[in-house]
Design a protein around this ligand. Structure first.
Ligand SMILES: Nc1nc2c(ncn2[C@@H]2O[C@H](COP(=O)(O)OP(=O)(O)OP(=O)(O)O)[C@@H](O)[C@H]2O)c(=O)[nH]1
Ligand SMILES: [Mg+2]
Length: 377
């Protein structure tokens, strides 16, 4: 999942770290000439080396002798410049602080923006991530924790978490609302609505909830049978009418069945449709009015990238959306839709579909997704 984005982010992180490392060394050494003469000094080495050794390696400006030549004939009193210089190094090393200028990270920020855009992250989301990185890393003196790479990782993690938002726990929602909880699944043709409903039914059964499915796709030939086959496999009751029947009536019956049988959750399927088909969108608005869902879940394919983000926005404007399900994340190397959609439409992702099996569904937990993207252990 999201392999292309993961590897590109690793590269960009490296560039941020190198630029910041340079800033650190420049600050420690005082001028660039000294750095080029002491290429073995890296921030890592600085952190791990006692400050006396570092001050012995870096020559202050205007000092000509090399530490290697330091012999018994060296004056016992160090020169004034050297004392001041080593004190500065000591304080910097002790507190691990560095001043990072905006100019210094302009290059890596541009790299980051390109990587995100290439991986289908929406422009406004790219701007938000990049802006947060700039704010976090630059400006006043920055305290470095354990390492520069950790500092960059933390900034990237916070920026990604910002755009992913809080996520949405279906279990928490069900536990805190009256039953039956009614969930309407909407979306374009072939996005994975019917399969997702079967997966969610299996997931909820596993979690101890009772479920009924309303087969609200009365439009496509074979849709009823497809839903029935899935439901039989996961052991869940389906309420269905004839092909061509009014989907609102089917879903109304599903709710009546749930009430009569003390069912916890009603999952309502709908026919796939595109937002620009006015008659079908009007039908969806009617379904919404009659079924009166607690949650409208917009389903789209993660692999559709930016298209999924645009469609999600259009569905949200037309009939409303509460949460998003992104299917086929297993086939998505870019991750753009997963990163952008919540930020763009202001609705959380509820699940990721990760395969064609009934257990291939994971609740979307922003922290876990970001850890995976950043390659945490
Ligand atoms: N790899 C993968 N395939 C999936 C996933 N979810 C659904 N699919 C496949 O996508 C195809 C379409 O799934 P459906 O559930 O029929 O999609 P739909 O949105 O109900 O389609 P319509 O009813 O025609 O609008 C099927 O072949 C599914 O097996 C997923 O998470 N990963
Ligand atoms: Mg379907």
């Amino acid at each position: 999942m999201f392999d292309s984005l993961k590897s590109k982010l690793r590269g960009v992180r490296g560039r941020f770290s190198r630029e910041i490392e340079d800033s650190f060394i420049e600050e420690v050494a005082g001028d660039k000439e000294n750095i080029s003469q002491t290429p073995e000094i890296t921030s890592k080495a600085i952190f791990e080396t006692p400050s006396e050794e570092i001050s012995a390696k870096i020559q202050p400006s205007g000092t000509t002798e090399s530490p290697d030549k330091k012999g018994p004939e060296e004056p016992s009193e160090p020169k004034k410049g050297k004392v001041a210089f080593s004190a500065k190094i000591r304080s910097l090393v002790k507190d691990h602080e560095v001043h990072i200028s905006e100019k210094k990270i302009e290059g890596p920020l541009q790299d980051l923006e390109i990587v995100l855009l290439e991986n289908d992250v929406a422009l406004q989301t790219v701007d938000a991530i990049s802006g947060r990185m700039r704010n976090d890393l630059t400006g006043s003196t920055k305290k470095i924790g354990t390492s520069i790479d950790t500092m960059v990782m933390d900034a990237l993690r916070d920026a990604l978490l910002d755009v992913l938002g809080e996520g949405f726990s279906l279990i928490t929602y069900i536990d805190s609302h009256d039953h039956p909880v009614k969930i309407l699944f909407t979306g374009v043709n072939g996005a994975g609505k019917t399969t997702t409903i079967a997966k969610v039914a299996a997931y909820l059964k596993q979690e101890g909830y009772s479920v009924v499915i309303g087969s609200g796709d009365t439009f496509r030939a074979g849709a009823n049978q497809q839903m029935q086959t899935h439901a039989d496999r996961v052991g869940v009751k389906v309420i269905r009418h004839q092909e061509g029947a009014d989907p609102s009536a089917v879903l109304y019956d599903a709710v009546e069945y749930a009430k009569a049988h003390d069912i916890d959750v009603v999952l309502a399927d709908t026919a796939g449709r595109f937002h620009n088909r006015a008659n079908l969108m009007n039908q969806l608005a009617k379904i919404r009015r009659v079924f009166n869902p607690d949650i409208v879940a917009y389903v789209d394919e993660a692999v559709a990238g930016n298209d999924a983000v645009i469609r999600a926005e259009e569905f949200n404007n037309a009939v409303g959306t509460d949460v998003v399900v992104l299917t086929k994340a297993d086939m998505d190397t870019r991750g753009g839709a997963a990163i952008s959609i919540a930020h763009t439409i202001g609705r959380p992702i509820m699940f990721l579909g990760t395969g064609q099996g009934y257990t291939d569904i994971v609740p979307f937990e922003p922290k876990a997704v970001v850890s995976d993207l950043l390659g945490d252990e």
